[in-house]
Design a protein. Structure first.
Length: 417
């Protein structure tokens, strides 16, 4: 107790009140430590960050969501700027992320958002609501005719939101005003009601049903049950057909990916391309392609001369795979989530996925490298060599696999290998 008291007596604390000098602690004879919060702790939007977006981050909206993740802030749709009932910021958030913006910083977080948004938009943060809004500058506001075209281009895409109606919700706010964004890889909580159909009148009833309650397999004349327990017969016009989508020759690959993700309600996109010279922002669809979800879940669709796409289902999500590897298909491909840590820790996780292991003492004979953020990769469940090639492609590490003993060594890879 006496020792602790002596230590306490070596500190000299000067109290401060609001508007006065900050508290200072004398830590030794000549040093004072000022006790005051940093600007980034007072306002997380001014935290210095370095952003490096993975190739599966396709749109500006998805990049914004990733930057804001963990900050306590979220995007608030700008109700002051709408056109034909759609928020104008939908035009920005649905655009492809430029290649020049995939690595930014270190910069204050608010500046990262401003760079990604571009000079036509102003990013504003609110400490009160912990939100960020994107406002179109008056100097570049387009004509009504041009707005019609821009709104039509993004209608139905992942980040397009309808402006709130005059109907007030139970919280007293206009319905949909605080509706969260949907990113590629994210999820949406829809605040729009769905209606069942009366069998004899064809008019909407007041009963709501889940948007997944009616599928293509429901035949005409069958009954569906609403959330209230009431049953209504479905006329022929109420039966949903299998969703189909046409990709047009010359259409940008980024646009096609956004359409596929939105149309088929996919949870993620994995861009698994071995040839790193391909710039996703410069690739186009090679021919007119009519696709359906059933087709993409069973076959690889040729998007152009080098890339194909298909849908795979995991335990918790369904992902669109874009690849130049003809050995990958909808039946043998799974998504493996690389997690923050190191290359070695993720290599061990991948080994366990195949039921393999690393020799205890000398299994890792290469330099290890940190992995700071999570990202998905597409791997073949039948081919461990392809899986480790995908994991280690960015690092000078080679996996030497021994199928007879189901073990693997990891060594330094010669740059020419």
């Amino acid at each position: 107790m006496r020792y602790l008291l002596l230590i306490a007596l070596t500190f000299s604390v000067t109290a401060s009140w609001a508007g006065q000098d900050p508290i200072a602690i004398k830590t030794d004879r000549y040093t004072l430590a000022v006790m005051e919060p940093t600007q980034s702790s007072v306002n997380p939007l001014y935290t210095a960050v370095a952003a490096a977006f993975a190739t599966d981050v396709i749109t500006i909206g998805e990049a914004v969501d990733e930057v804001l993740d963990g900050t306590g802030y979220r995007v608030r749709r700008n109700a002051d700027q709408t056109h034909r009932g759609i928020y104008l910021d939908s035009i920005l958030l649905n655009q492809p992320l430029p290649a020049a913006h995939r690595e930014l910083g270190p910069l204050p977080l608010i500046e990262i958002l401003q760079v990604v948004a571009g000079s036509s938009w102003t990013v504003k943060g609110s400490d009160l609501s912990r939100t960020v809004t994107f406002t179109l500058n008056d100097a570049v506001a387009p004509s009504s005719a041009l707005l019609d075209i821009l709104v039509d281009e993004v209608d139905g895409l992942a980040y397009t939101r309808k402006a709130p109606t005059e109907v007030m919700g139970s919280t007293g706010m206009a319905a949909g005003q605080f509706e969260p964004n949907t990113a590629i890889g994210g999820s949406t909580t829809s605040m729009q009601s769905n209606v069942a159909i009366h069998s004899n009148t064809g008019e909407p009833s007041q009963h709501s049903v889940s948007p997944r309650s009616v599928t293509a397999e429901v035949p005409t004349g069958k009954f569906i049950e609403t959330s209230t327990g009431a049953s209504h017969e479905l006329p022929a016009t109420a039966v949903k057909s299998t969703p189909r989508l046409t990709l047009v020759e010359g259409e940008s690959l980024v646009s096609a990916i956004m359409k596929l993700q939105s149309k088929f309600d996919l949870d993620g996109v994995v861009y698994s391309v071995r040839d790193k010279s391909f710039d996703i922002n410069r690739l186009n669809i090679g021919d007119d392609i009519e696709v359906s979800e059933d087709l993409m879940s069973t076959e690889s669709i040729a998007l152009n001369d080098v890339l194909s796409g298909f849908i795979v289902s995991g335990q918790d999500d369904r992902s669109l795979i874009i690849t130049d590897n003809s050995a990958l298909n909808a039946f043998n491909t799974v998504v493996f989530d690389v997690k923050p840590g190191s290359v070695q820790s993720n290599a061990k996780r991948l080994l366990s996925e195949f039921g393999w292991e690393m020799p205890f003492k000398d299994g890792w004979q290469a330099q290890d490298y940190p992995i700071t953020s999570s990202f998905p990769i597409a791997i073949s469940r039948d081919d461990p060599r392809q899986a480790f090639s995908e994991l280690l492609t960015e690092y000078p590490i080679q996996a030497r696999l021994n199928p007879s003993t189901t073990t693997a060594y990891f060594v330094h890879r010669n740059p020419i290998q």
